[in-house]
Design a protein around this ligand. Structure first.
Ligand SMILES: Cc1cc2nc3c(=O)[nH]c(=O)nc-3n(C[C@H](O)[C@H](O)[C@H](O)COP(=O)(O)OP(=O)(O)OC[C@H]3O[C@@H](n4cnc5c(N)ncnc54)[C@H](O)[C@@H]3O)c2cc1C
Ligand SMILES: NC(=O)c1ccc[n+]([C@@H]2O[C@H](COP(=O)([O-])OP(=O)(O)OC[C@H]3O[C@@H](n4cnc5c(N)ncnc54)[C@H](O)[C@@H]3O)[C@@H](O)[C@H]2O)c1
Ligand code: SF4
Ligand code: FES
Length: 812
């Protein structure tokens, strides 16, 4: 039976969580297509604050890698916006002219930053703070300019301001109201917050309304309605958000402030649903992930036809992601005639607690300086527990701990207490997962329960629960570095288990070692494939589908979804005949760009996937492996044959090395260089393996790197002959292969294991010989991949056939 077509507009946090929920219930229910305006896979928008604050990198906030979409057979059109929904013919139209039919349509378009409509708001240097681009722009501006003004003293504004301070800017926060975060804090807590932020270097202008942004093309200052002015080089607008509803409205879907939905997230139009910040439910539009994830769960269940409970709205709790500030707020923050409050204000310790009680039930919580009771109090609020029998002290403090260790705080929590507010995960669920799935790390708990996967505020509590549940086992478990969230095994443990249990395939390793995710992930599968190949040498049958996408395709995938072709050119030496072939192929296939690569090769860029095998056949040259975790290139100088300074045959040695080591799987890419004299024109000093000719011999350098982690190579040894060079490289490469972690460059590896250690290992002749023997055995198993694709129809059909949607970038 043909699958139903599910199309989703918006590739953000709420939408993709809905898809994850659908896949959990029934992975085969739909053929899923997602359109996302941003050119990224789904990332953790919440963590942009931590990226701006310098605590995380953009790469680390990706929640669903490109590989995840491929693995789940989801067609993703990233960087492509939907501009029209035709609900009569059930078709969406993108800004690139693509039309896609749907049976069911989810709108998950989120919100946009609200930009104050004041004169000058369109000047350069005025930005919102919503996405990776805004974040990158602010980081770039901080490199060039000094002064920043953040308009809005709410959650977003204060997190942005802290980030800009960390980036070295002088920051003024301009706030409309008399106190900061007035929606979450009362006056007393807000005062304490302001004092703390001032001590961190933030300046505040309170009760100021912005009137105009000054400057010619670029912002130079801000004028307020009271006539005063400040100078600034950057204006960040953090004055709230507006749901993205334009598309829905123009398509005839009923929109109020957000897209109006019922308790099952249905819009006014059949087969069209809305979820996330763009949706309005019972007149509320939410701006925090916890309720959006609840909505996603309800929608997923209803779409899959499983029993769906209605979504009845949420009460939300918030904190602020600024170091040095510990606060929590939920529900009603100010008293009225019908409420009473229990308040503790200890100015010496900087602690403030207020619990608002209405009809004997907790109706609001404001905690500043000590939030350890937040989850207990929040549960009381959510459950509307009757507190009439409790004393003020027992409401404020959890009974047992009296400020004791955090682990005993975890012990004191009831099973139904919420640990992760963002994802609605209770202590009981976490403990159960730890016990039944033998979890040992916070990441693994996240992988199984989602706890900790949003703002991250609950991670320390999860860690306490792990410590409490695992007892002594936790310390050892915490110290080891698990391969990924699918397993608690570290690299060394996995390698030891493969050897000891005689495991021979990726799937077998995952089954026998009890992987928590049956299919593994894009982190562990390529690593397992590598470790198995390293251990089993020539008998290993490569698991091509476990490789990263470039290796799987034997071509480098590019930003626009096309590929590059870089044929092998040993030692960077070519011939007129090969150059003619390359030129003819470039013309025949309309290759838009022909470029010399950094490794002295010729690259043909912008090639269609389905043209690859034919191009390779026309070229008649082997793959240059410009995409692999393997030997990339050996760069050579012209050397003694042509250069008057040369003392050695650098080209000859380079060609020999490249022919010997090409195709060898290595933990990460490996680059080599051979220069024929110390002038070092081949830049051998920044290669993983660099060789420099000297009078009567060669110097060998290792662990060099010319990339982001710039590192000069260390002199490993000086040898007399070419044969010695080749044996030494063979032993070095095999030792690196056997001891490095997958994706660890030689530069990092040598620093971890130590140059002296490597020298010591390689000094022993019998060890060198044994390493070379294992290496030679491994080299026997490789075949030329481009030839395989030319010769085997099944390879062409599986990997190189044109499919709907391949124009979208599917990078790893
Ligand atoms: C810096 C920052 C910090 C935050 N911190 C927290 C926090 O600590 N806790 C918390 O709970 N929440 C926090 N939030 C809010 C949280 O990130 C959002 O509530 C959440 O991301 C909303 O999810 P969503 O899927 O509804 O929207 P989004 O994540 O915004 O995703 C919507 C996506 O749809 C795309 N889109 C829009 N229109 C179209 C179209 N026509 N075609 C195709 N694609 C389209 C957009 O480009 C966007 O990528 C923070 C937000 C920011 C910006
Ligand atoms: N830690 C978190 O939970 C967190 C962090 C960042 C963002 N977010 C979410 O992102 C969204 C956007 O956050 P936000 O802080 O922009 O929205 P917000 O609506 O919560 O706060 C906006 C603030 O700007 C102030 N303001 C409004 N107009 C102003 C003006 N003209 N001049 C000066 N100040 C003005 C308001 O008084 C308010 O305090 C919200 O949904 C928020 O919940 C959450
Ligand atoms: S490294 Fe020495 S031998 Fe090689 S090209 Fe440069 S100067 Fe000539
Ligand atoms: S509370 Fe935000 S991730 Fe758990």
């Amino acid at each position: 039976m043909e699958k139903r077509q599910l199309v989703m507009i918006g590739n953000g946090m709420a939408g993709v969580r809905t898809i994850e929920e659908i896949l959990k219930i029934n992975p085969d229910a739909f053929q899923i297509t997602i359109f996302g305006d941003e050119p990224h896979p789904n990332y953790n928008r919440i963590q942009l604050s931590t990226v701006l604050q310098g605590d995380t990198k953009v790469d680390d906030i990706i929640m669903n890698s490109w590989e995840w979409y491929r693995e789940n057979n989801i067609e993703l059109f990233a960087g492509e916006a939907i501009v029209k929904i035709d609900s009569a013919s059930k078709v969406v139209l993108s800004n690139k002219g693509r039309e896609v039919r749907y049976d069911e349509l989810i709108i998950a378009t989120g919100s946009s930053s609200f930009i104050l409509p004041v004169p000058g708001a369109d000047k350069k240097g005025v930005t919102g703070f919503r996405d990776i681009k805004d974040c990158d722009d602010m980081i770039e501006t901080a490199r060039l300019y000094k002064k920043a003004a953040v308009i809005g003293g709410g959650l977003l504004g204060l997190e942005a301001a802290r980030g800009l301070l960390n980036l070295g800017m002088e920051v003024e926060v301009i706030h409309l109201m008399p106190h900061l975060m007035e929606r979450q804090l009362d006056a007393a807590a807000s005062k304490m917050l302001k004092r703390e932020l001032e001590s961190q270097g933030m300046k505040f202008l309170m009760e100021k309304q912005s009137a105009e942004i000054l400057g010619e093309e670029r912002v130079t200052g801000l004028r307020f309605t009271d006539g005063t002015e400040i100078q600034t080089d950057l204006v960040v607008m953090a004055v709230g958000i507006r749901p993205n509803t334009g598309l829905a409205k123009e398509s005839g879907i009923y929109v109020n402030r957000g897209i109006v939905v019922d308790d099952f997230m249905h819009t006014s139009v059949p087969h069209v649903y809305a979820v996330g910040e763009c949706a309005e439910h019972r007149e509320i539009v939410y701006g925090l992930v916890a309720p959006l994830y609840e909505q996603g769960k309800v929608l997923a269940a209803s779409l899959c036809g499983s029993e769906a409970k209605p979504y009845e709205g949420s009460i939300v709790g918030t904190g602020l992601k600024v170091s040095g500030v510990d606060l929590f707020s939920a529900g009603e923050i100010d008293e009225d005639n019908e409420t009473k409050a229990i308040t503790v204000h200890n100015e010496f310790d900087g602690v403030y607690k207020k619990i608002v009680i209405r009809d004997n039930r907790v109706a609001g919580i404001v905690l500043y300086g000590d939030t350890k009771d937040s989850s207990r109090l929040f549960r009381m609020l959510l459950k509307k527990e009757d507190v009439s029998g409790m004393t003020s002290v027992s409401i404020l403090e959890s009974g047992c701990c009296g400020g004791g260790a955090s682990e005993s705080n975890a012990a004191a929590m009831d099973d139904e207490e919420i640990v992760c507010g963002c994802n609605g995960v209770t202590k009981g669920t976490i403990v159960e997962a730890i016990r039944t799935k033998e979890l040992t790390t916070v990441d693994e708990v996240g992988g199984c329960t989602n706890a900790g996967r949003s703002c991250g505020r609950c991670k320390s509590l999860i860690s306490d629960i792990l410590a409490h549940t695992l007892g002594d086992k936790y310390d050892t478990a915490a110290k080891k570095d698990a391969l990924c969230g699918c397993t608690g095994y570290s690299r060394d443990e996995v390698v030891a288990e493969i050897k000891e249990k005689g495991l021979t395939s990726v799937r077998e390793v995952m089954n026998v070692l009890g992987w928590k995710q049956e299919e593994g992930c894009s982190k562990c599968r390529p690593a397992l494939n590598y470790y198995l190949g390293m251990i089993l040498q020539e008998q290993y049958i490569d698991d091509r589908d476990s490789r990263l996408v470039n290796e799987k395709m034997h071509a480098n995938i590019q930003k626009d979804g096309k590929y590059s072709v870089v044929p092998r050119m040993y030692g960077g030496v070519t011939t007129a005949e090969d150059l003619k072939k390359i030129a003819e192929v470039a013309e025949k296939y309309n290759v838009p760009l022909v470029k010399l690569t950094g490794g002295q090769r010729i690259g043909l860029f912008g090639v269609n996937k389905e043209d690859l095998p034919a191009m390779w056949e026309d070229l008649g040259m082997p793959s240059g492996y410009a995409y692999g975790k393997t030997l990339r290139t050996v760069k050579t100088c012209v050397g003694a044959k042509h250069c008057r300074f040369g003392t050695q045959d650098s080209m000859g040695l380079g060609i020999e090395l490249e022919k010997k080591f090409e195709r060898l799987d290595t933990p990460h890419k490996v680059k080599m260089g051979v220069s024929a004299c110390p002038r070092n024109c081949a830049e051998a000093g920044i290669k993983d393996f660099g060789i420099v000719g000297i009078d009567g011999g060669w110097e060998i350098y290792v662990g060099g790197n010319g990339g982001t982690d710039l590192r000069a190579g260390d002199l490993l040894q000086t040898v007399k002959t070419k044969e010695e060079v080749i044996k030494l490289i063979g032993a070095f490469m095999q030792y690196y292969r056997e001891t490095a972690h997958y994706l660890e460059r030689t530069s990092k590896w040598i620093e971890r294991v130590g140059l002296d250690h490597v020298k010591e290992v390689l000094a022993d002749e019998s060890t060198r010989k044994a390493l070379n023997e294992r290496l030679d055995k491994t080299l026997e198993r490789y075949i030329e991949p481009w030839n395989e694709a030319i010769e085997k129809k099944e390879v062409q059909n599986k990997y190189y056939q044109k499919q709907k949607g391949t124009e979208a970038p599917v990078l790893v």
